[in-house]
Design a protein around this ligand. Structure first.
Ligand code: MSP
Length: 503
């Protein structure tokens, strides 16, 4: 299972949008590892191009020094946020730069790249030429600036040759785009507009911060060509073959809706030109606004994922981002909303349930797991939950998979109310021990399902239940069975899972 995120522009520290895409990818990577599948999760930074060159210049820094700092900040942020990436690729790595030149040479020799002239409307914010129909009132809708009319002597990539084949590969789901609405959007774009050949180089005088074309040292490589190849070079391609043979083609490429079109055109066309298989799936996420408006530095509403995680915890951030919207939809985030969800669903819901069950186990059973019981109804409810959870994962509906786990929390709350263990403690010790077994063992299954989403919380639950080692050592299939919490295991309430915030 090979999972990638976009490589993020190394021009600023990560914001909540970058964290969102990266967390989605992380959840798939963790679920895959839980299933004991060979897994490779790649992320990284996109470090060349005009935009970064200009920002570094304005700061009076050498571009390489500037991107070194930003790349380190990204890496540190992902480490703080528990992102379980296997490799962090930087487009300034010499192996990557050499691989880009290798590809350009190949494509030049195969005549997919030729010398010509390119005229178009260029938006530096997007680092892309725009078509007239992309603009609103003559401006780029994402950057609110008028693109410049540019005529450039450049090398072009014969993208126009790929219109039909791309349409066919996307329509047939050979390259699947999820959700369906995004697939249809690309298909209608490909039907509406003939793809034009794209400039793949810039004059070095204008953009010096880029990879030199191997066959023309006056030109540097267009940053998107350089960037796409990260998905291959991140596996060591073309210099090392082992990871590439094991993991290519990519299973899931996660990205935001803003960069779907380039990904669904230039990227697969490059692969076809290189005779390489296409990725299997693109998963397209929507955008988060902050407090109802687009995040922007001027408005000062750019949310820092690390600061949020430091205050509320990583798992609260992950929970909010996944639970509040379905992947593909747009959502809104604010500190108030995070805090509300944290208090209502994590403190009052999951945290409270775990504390209640373990407090009763301590009080009535001296913290020892009672004899296992095998109630058919509960077992079939748990089995059904696993089936639903797996189905949602395969459909890439992470919000629903998470809901399957959180629904079990309310089921257990209901069970406690119905059975009233504090009454059973007075008149029916046998039933009390049965009910407590059901509660404790169900918590183990909830912990299991939560792990890809809330790894820290899940691991704390395992620790409290005295099963941390077995759960971490064994995979999904081995631990799904009912009754694996053994009699006599010591459990302990310990600290609360979550802290309540009041201001
Ligand atoms: N460098 C290119 C990608 C090259 S991949 C071969 C790039 N970088 S970026 O830094 O602008 O990151 C864009 C990605 O960040 C989006 O596609 C999306 O995944 C994520 N997001 C950025 N802002 C976002 C929101 N406000 N909300 C959700 N995700 C957003 O494009």
């Amino acid at each position: 299972m090979y999972i990638t995120t976009p490589i993020y522009y190394a021009n600023n520290k990560p914001h909540i949008g970058h964290a969102y895409t990266t967390i989605i990818a992380d959840i798939f990577a963790r679920f895959s590892r839980l299933n004991k599948l060979p897994t490779f999760f790649l992320t990284g930074t996109d470090e060349h191009g005009e935009k970064i060159q200009k920002i570094a210049q304005n700061k009076g820094l050498e571009p390489k020094k500037f991107v070194d700092e930003i790349a380190a900040t990204f890496q540190l942020s992902w480490d703080i946020l528990d992102i379980s990436y296997d490799n962090f690729i930087r487009t300034t790595f010499p192996e990557h730069e050499k691989a880009v030149q290798f590809v350009l040479n190949e494509l030049y020799q195969k005549k997919f790249i030729y010398k010509g002239e390119y005229q178009g409307l260029y938006c530096v914010g997007c680092e892309q030429y725009k078509t007239k129909t992309d603009l609103i009132d003559g401006k780029c809708p994402d950057h609110k600036i008028e693109p410049e009319l540019r005529t450039e002597k450049a090398y072009l990539f014969a993208l126009s040759r790929f219109s039909k084949i791309l349409f066919q590969k996307i329509e047939s789901d050979e390259l699947q785009i999820v959700p369906e609405a995004r697939k249809n959007e690309i298909l209608s774009f490909l039907e509406r507009e003939e793809l034009k050949d794209v400039a793949i180089s810039r004059s070095k005088e204008e953009v010096s911060w880029g990879i030199e074309l191997p066959f023309d040292p006056t030109q540097t490589t267009y940053v998107w060509i350089d960037a796409f190849l990260n998905y291959l070079t991140g596996l060591g391609w073309p210099w090392k073959k082992d990871l590439f043979e094991k993991f290519w083609p990519a299973d899931i490429q996660v990205m935001g809706k803003d960069i779907l079109r380039v990904h669904a055109t230039i990227w697969p066309a490059l692969l076809l030109a290189l005779d390489l298989p296409l990725p299997k799936k693109f998963l397209i996420n929507g955008f988060f606004t902050s407090g109802g408006t687009k995040m922007s530095k001027t408005l000062g509403n750019v949310l820092d994922p690390v600061a949020i995680a430091e205050k509320y915890g990583n798992d609260t951030l992950r929970y909010y981002l996944i639970k509040s919207i379905a992947i593909g939809e747009d959502g809104d985030i604010s500190l108030e909303k995070i805090q509300e969800k944290h208090n209502n669903e994590l403190v009052n819901g999951l945290g409270n349930l775990v504390a209640r069950v373990l407090a009763m186990a301590e009080k009535y059973l001296k913290g020892k797991v009672p004899q296992p019981v095998f109630p058919t109804e509960t077992i079939s409810a748990i089995n059904n939950a696993y089936l639903a959870y797996e189905k949602f994962f395969s459909e890439m509906r992470l919000d629903q998979a998470l809901n399957t786990a959180t629904k079990l929390i309310s089921d257990l709350d209901r069970l406690i109310d119905q059975e009233a263990p504090w009454v059973l403690a007075k008149n029916d010790p046998l039933r009390l021990s049965e009910v407590l077994y059901i509660l404790l063992e169900s918590l183990r299954h909830i912990g299991r399902m939560l792990w890809p989403f809330l790894p820290q919380t899940s691991e704390k639950i395992f620790q409290k239940l005295g099963v941390f080692e077995e759960e971490m050592k064994n995979g999904w299939a081995e631990r799904k069975e009912w009754g694996l919490l053994h009699e006599g295991t010591l459990v302990a309430k310990g600290d609360n899972l979550f802290t309540r915030f009041s201001s």
